[in-house]
Design a protein around this ligand. Structure first.
Ligand code: PLP
Length: 243
């Protein structure tokens, strides 16, 4: 893997990145009618645990990871920190057991088999540790061209998935999540997601969360009601090469 040399000014880089992103969120939220600012989840995938430790010292409470093994290792190494871990990547059912050991939420729930695997894993985990329910976001595929290219359930499948999560022991339906399709207008995509969220909350009034918006499109996401933003590169810089 490409180990980055420890940089003496990494802390100031991260601090500056964080300040810039927080200022963007405040500016974007200031223009909307919402009362609460959206929750910033700093996406730390591919970056070393040491960066996550610095972010925690800088006041970050929520971090996102997209690979089960990498996330489990970092969460274990940083177990002394008051961090909430969000799993945001495509998830194989055989990783559910590992993920529920550290994750407070999964943003990428997109099929019935995954709901069942997470629920089964959570029942065992709650018996062992008494932990609270796992928050589940239904990932919606907003890319009509690519059949589930970046993961996600078809919009038409959201009601059935919601019902399944709602009925599953150990899981709590939080809301919806999406990634804006490549090359499309993110504003239009997030408007569509907002509509899907409105239908969902008619049936499940507590499932109000909308996880949307990354470095390049967080303003559009906030404009369309995002409650959770997943921002990586504009806080941490370019990701180190994939291992
Ligand atoms: C990597 C990733 C992000 C963060 O993307 P940036 O462009 O680095 O802000 C957000 N959401 C998901 C699902 C990701 O995989």
């Amino acid at each position: 893997m490409g180990e980055l040399p420890a940089s003496p000014d990494r802390r100031s880089q991260l601090s500056e990145g964080l300040s810039r992103v927080r200022a963007r969120i405040t500016a974007a939220a200031g223009g909307s009618a919402r009362t609460a600012e959206p929750q910033l989840i700093v996406v730390t995938k591919f970056h070393p645990a040491e960066d996550v430790r610095i972010l925690s010292e800088l006041g970050v409470s929520d971090v996102g990871e997209n690979r089960a093994q990498e996330a489990a290792a970092k969460a274990a190494e940083l177990a002394d920190l008051p961090l909430r871990w969000h799993f945001i990547g495509q998830l194989q059912t055989n990783k559910a057991k590992s993920v529920v050991k550290f994750a407070a939420s999964v943003h990428s729930v997109d099929r019935a088999a995954l709901v069942d695997a997470l629920s089964k894993a959570m029942v065992a985990e709650q018996e062992a540790t008494g932990r609270e329910d796992l928050l589940c976001f239904i990932q919606v595929n907003l890319d009509d061209a690519a059949e589930s290219g970046r993961g996600g359930a078809a919009p038409a499948d959201v009601p059935a998935l919601a019902q399944r999560i709602d009925a599953a022991p150990g899981l709590q339906l939080a809301g919806v999540m999406a990634v804006a399709p490549l090359g499309a207008d993110p504003g239009a995509a997030f408007a569509r997601l907002e509509g899907i969220s409105q239908s969902l909350t008619r049936q499940y009034p507590a499932a109000t969360a909308i996880s949307a918006g990354m470095s390049s499109d967080l303003e559009e996401a906030v404009r369309h009601g995002a409650t959770h933003l997943r921002v990586g590169s504009d806080v941490l810089g370019a990701r180190p090469a994939m291992r």
